[in-house]
Design a protein around this ligand. Structure first.
Ligand code: HEM
Length: 139
């Protein structure tokens, strides 16, 4: 069995310089030193979270699947959390899958929209019928 290399948070913290950038995303440790310059979002944001848990920053941007694929290439190990380490502010790994809450909101909104649309359509229908009757009566 191939054992994955484990890093403590303190060890990851040591790699917080531009020439040596590690970061943690969803408890996986990545060596992104080579990627910092290539990052389409700029090196500044990468250096902000160098040596840190970048999970929240990474997920907040809503990175593409391509970005997630790139990330895989740079994996060097997994994070071994120890007592006292900062807790990950875990955003769901896949916001699109895990957005049950948000999905519900959108669902309710969609129902409300269709309900209002139906009421408006019914009203318009009634109005047109009345117009027709009025026109017929006037003849
Ligand atoms: C952890 C490794 C990271 C990788 C592999 C990565 C990769 C990428 C890629 C491939 C894009 C192009 C758009 C896309 O495909 O989604 C992108 C855009 C972006 N990234 Fe990252 N990123 C990483 C970390 C971060 C972090 C920590 C931040 C901090 C906020 C960040 C902020 C952004 C922003 C703002 C853009 C949008 C740029 C634009 O559209 O002008 N990224 N990233």
């Amino acid at each position: 069995m191939s054992e994955e290399k484990q890093f403590t948070y303190a060890q990851v913290k040591e790699h917080d310089q531009k020439k040596d950038v590690y970061m943690v995303v969803h408890d996986v440790v990545y060596d992104l030193t080579e990627f910092v310059d290539e990052h389409p979002g700029g090196e500044e944001v990468m250096l902000d979270v160098a040596g840190d848990d970048a999970t929240e920053a990474f997920e907040d941007v809503g990175h593409s699947d391509e970005a997630r694929d790139i990330l895989k290439k740079y994996k060097v190990g997994i994070l071994k959390r120890e007592a006292g380490d900062p807790k990950p502010k875990v955003a769901p790994p896949r916001p699109s899958n895990a957005a049950a809450g948000a999905g519900t909101d959108v669902g309710v909104f969609a129902y409300a929209f269709f309900f209002i649309a139906a009421v408006v359509a019914y009203g318009a229908y009634q109005y047109l019928e009345k117009q027709k009757q009025a026109a017929a009566g006037a003849q």
